[in-house]
Design a protein around this ligand. Structure first.
Ligand code: TYM
Length: 419
């Protein structure tokens, strides 16, 4: 889809040829649309993830894979796995095989700093990555694509760098281990690391304009910064991009946890890898933490009213949930008691699914809301009381982060692993 068409898709519009012109029409039964910049669905239940797996050609995370995780790590699976929040993967069995054989792998994830603070949706891959780092005890690299945001947003270069620095605080506040984690901003780091730039250039030689047009919807008016950017997000998938961590080893496999919107970058990377004689990165894909207004779109930093930010106050959290969180309840109390609520579309329930770890309690809430016994107001109260302390604790950890600590995470250095 071209850049201009993508905007229309986001608004449920499509082009219809009429004579020699085109007409924008509203599409009633439009397909779900997922790329790194837009996520839209025409259904109140959100994206049809089974269909997306087929469309993207990835694999479903099934019970067999979850049992394997538990067997190999000797730890219970994270509730994001058990509840299907991380629902899709590429080649994860291969990474687990390596781990069983005592061979190393590393984790790679990232953030495009487009806002002062991250929101609850951004936390999902980072919470899961932290869990993976703990259970597998492996190195982690985190890329901050301040260059990407400079190309895509109306933003000065200095502002993109400043936001990257602000976002690092949210990332460190997730609790990553500094002895196992390297965080870098593209604008700072790439000039310091010839090996990274050399991999970027190798990748750029393997991909044509036609191919990125197909994958990312670029068109003839797309700036060349955007056209060449995918190589920058691809490069950290290869251990040879970080010689100071991997001692020049080229064959350490990579596992990338992210939401499925980032998959186009890594489809391209996996296509290029064999041509460079490098291992294809494996992926674990999460579903989207929905916007407050409903699961037709993901929570997005570009719409502040759709999002609960990690810097929001108790009062802001309460007001946003009470005012905006879409309800799956009946129009009146009588109707709700008679017909029950619909958890599949109710945003408060959906958020509880991500953050309420107690399976029994979540199940009880589901039953009682579905039967009509619990009203939407109760669900909202339960969510507010869960999120306020969670965000407060995050903010407290964030406030304590010093410039020294940030520097430590962002300094090119060997981590605690030997290669
Ligand atoms: P960004 O900043 O858009 O998002 C950061 C991470 O959060 C995920 N994400 C979400 N997950 C669940 N629900 C949501 N509503 C939601 N919104 C965003 C994204 O999938 C991502 O994992 N280009 C990237 C930065 C990047 C990156 C990477 C991400 C560079 N290298 C490697 C993942 C893996 C970006 O702009 O992410």
């Amino acid at each position: 889809m071209a850049d201009s068409d993508r905007e229309k898709a986001a608004n449920g519009m499509a082009n219809l040829s009429v004579g020699d012109g085109t007409l924008d029409v509203k599409v009633e039964e439009s397909e779900d649309f997922v790329d790194p910049w837009n996520v839209t669905s025409s259904s109140a239940k959100g994206i049809d993830y089974d269909k997306l797996i087929k469309k993207f050609g990835s694999s479903k995370i099934d019970d067999v894979l979850i049992e394997r995780f538990e067997k190999i790590t000797g730890k219970p699976a994270h509730h994001f796995l058990k509840r299907g929040i991380f629902f899709s993967h590429r080649d994860v069995h291969q990474v687990l095989n390596l781990y069983e054989q005592g061979k190393p792998f590393f984790l790679y994830t990232g953030r495009g700093p487009s806002s002062e603070a991250m929101h609850l949706g951004h936390l999902i891959p980072f919470i899961f990555t932290k869990w993976l780092q703990e259970v597998f005890d492996v190195p982690l690299v985190i890329q901050l694509t301040d260059d990407e945001k400079f190309f895509w947003k109306d933003m000065k270069l200095e502002e993109a760098q400043r936001l990257a620095y602000e976002n690092v605080k949210d990332i460190i506040a997730c609790g990553f281990d500094v002895t196992k984690t390297f965080i870098f901003s593209d604008l700072d780091f790439i000039g310091q690391c010839p090996a990274f730039y050399q991999n970027m250039v190798r990748i750029q030689r393997c991909v044509t304009f036609n191919q990125v047009k197909g994958i990312f919807g670029f068109d003839d008016s797309t700036i060349i910064g955007k056209i060449s950017f995918p190589a920058i997000q691809a490069a950290p998938s290869f251990s040879s991009s970080f010689p100071f961590i991997f001692n020049g080893k080229k064959d350490v496999h990579c596992l990338i946890p992210c939401a499925i919107d980032q998959d186009p970058y890594f489809r391209m990377t996996r296509d290029v890898a064999p041509r460079l004689g490098l291992p294809k990165p494996a992926l674990l894909h999460s579903s989207f933490f929905p916007a407050l207004q409903g699961a037709q779109t993901k929570m997005s930093a570009s719409d502040p009213n759709s999002s609960i930010f990690l810097t929001d106050t108790d009062k802001q959290i309460k007001t946003k949930i009470n005012k905006y969180a879409f309800s799956g309840g009946g129009a009146t109390i009588e109707e709700h008691k008679a017909n029950g609520g619909d958890c599949d579309v109710d945003i408060s329930y959906q958020y509880l699914r991500f953050f309420l770890e107690d399976d029994e309690r979540l199940d009880k809430i589901r039953q009682d809301y579905t039967s009509g016994e619990l009203l939407t107001g109760y669900l909202k109260k339960e969510l507010i009381e869960l999120l306020q302390p969670l965000v407060r604790a995050h903010k407290e950890r964030r406030q304590k982060i010093t410039d020294e600590q940030i520097k430590e995470f962002m300094t090119l250095r060997k981590l605690k692993f030997d290669y």
